[in-house]
Write a protein that binds this ligand. Structure first.
Ligand code: DP6
Length: 351
């Protein structure tokens, strides 16, 4: 806890936040300038795939950014350097970063770099901590979520949506009031069926991705389909907002699948081309579609920039879906790994 003192430079303290990952239904793929998206994206925030980050802060005399960083209990130089660069880039907006030594410790509830957008939960957890420290140092009552989303975006585009409860939209859209390229906003006109939606993440491979999302975004700059893609995404946003209002789970699922396969098609026709799906990803997709046909249950999938399947379905069919996962899908995962997740309420303060 920070000591309450008028002399801000004497404050020591520690904060910790748990922040979730999110799963995009309409994908952000392509960016320009300082982390600005080429199209609007819309995701739901998760519950069980999260990062917990704690930051202890102590006043210091030396200049520049000065941190110790541990990831899952060990020093991690590569992550530390990325965080130092990030903190340097946002220090204009958070000048306290130059006045304090920060001890940052972070851990995930899931394997990093497995396509579960670990950057979204990691960057949003860190930025919630930084905003919290800023509030403590300057004796502000609340954390400004819009500012937290803006900072998170500068760390990783999709992280802007992780600080938003339930359904977050990021990127300016002419037909959506208050939408912005700078930060995400909550979409509140959402049917109840989507407020308890499931996302079971079937881990096909937990290995590091061969091409990072950042590299993938850059490849969109030379992609011949880019302009049509951005238009398509912006059109799909409007369709998705209507679906969310109405509670139409089949149109929701179809749109999610179309988006997932569009994302991976864009990777396959980049120059150089690359493929992040694995054979078991395709096999699962075939089994999902066959099960849907046979059972008439609204079970659909989406994919992030990785091989893992996100199984999307409403809460009321959970038990039938669980039985089928155990019987037909688990054998296609890496060592039976599955993260059973759900729509969530956004970041939570731990300390
Ligand atoms: C496929 O947010 O990881 O998950 O801004 O370079 O950090 P950077 O990219 P990142 O891209 C995520 C892309 C996606 C789709 C999405 O989450 O919208």
């Amino acid at each position: 806890m920070s000591e309450s003192s008028a002399n801000t430079s004497n404050i020591n303290g520690k904060v910790a936040w748990k922040s979730p990952s999110n799963i995009a239904i309409v994908k952000y793929w392509g960016k320009y300038g300082n982390q600005l998206p080429r199209n609007t994206s819309l995701s739901f925030t998760l519950s069980n795939a999260f990062t917990i980050t704690s930051v202890a802060y102590h006043p210091k005399e030396s200049s520049g950014i000065d941190i110790d960083f541990t990831f899952e209990g060990s020093r991690n130089k590569a992550f530390e350097q990325r965080i130092v660069r990030f903190l340097d880039s946002i220090a204009k907006e958070l000048p306290f970063l130059y006045d304090y030594h920060l001890e940052i410790a972070s851990e995930n509830s899931f394997p990093h770099s497995s396509g579960i957008a670990s950057s979204a939960s990691a960057m949003s957890a860190l930025c919630m901590c930084l905003c919290d420290i800023d509030s403590q140092i300057h004796h502000k009552e609340n954390i400004d979520i819009q500012f937290a989303s803006h900072l998170s975006r500068l760390g990783s585009g999709s992280a802007s949506r992780s600080v938003i409860p339930f359904f977050g939209l990021w990127g300016h859209h002419n037909d959506i009031p208050n939408s912005s390229n700078e930060y995400a906003i909550e979409m509140t006109e959402v049917h109840d069926v989507f407020r308890t939606y499931h996302d079971d993440i079937l881990i096909v491979s937990a290995k590091e991705k061969s091409v990072s999302s950042s590299a993938g975004h850059q490849l969109m700059e030379g992609n011949v389909f880019a302009d049509n893609r951005y238009q398509q995404a912006n059109d799909r946003i409007i369709e998705l907002l209507e679906i969310l209002k109405k509670g139409d789970v089949d149109r929701f699922g179809k749109l999610a699948e179309d988006e997932a396969l569009t994302l991976h098609a864009l990777m396959m026709c980049s120059d150089p081309s690359y493929i992040l799906m694995e054979p078991n990803t395709i096999e699962m997709i075939n089994r999902i579609r066959a099960f849907r046909k046979k059972s008439s249950l609204p079970v659909y999938f989406t994919l992030d920039a990785g091989p893992n399947i996100h199984l999307l379905y409403p809460n009321h069919i959970e038990s039938e879906v669980n039985k089928w996962i155990n019987a037909e899908l688990l054998e296609l995962t890496a060592d039976g790994k599955i993260i059973k997740d759900k729509v969530g309420n956004g970041p939570e303060k731990i300390i």
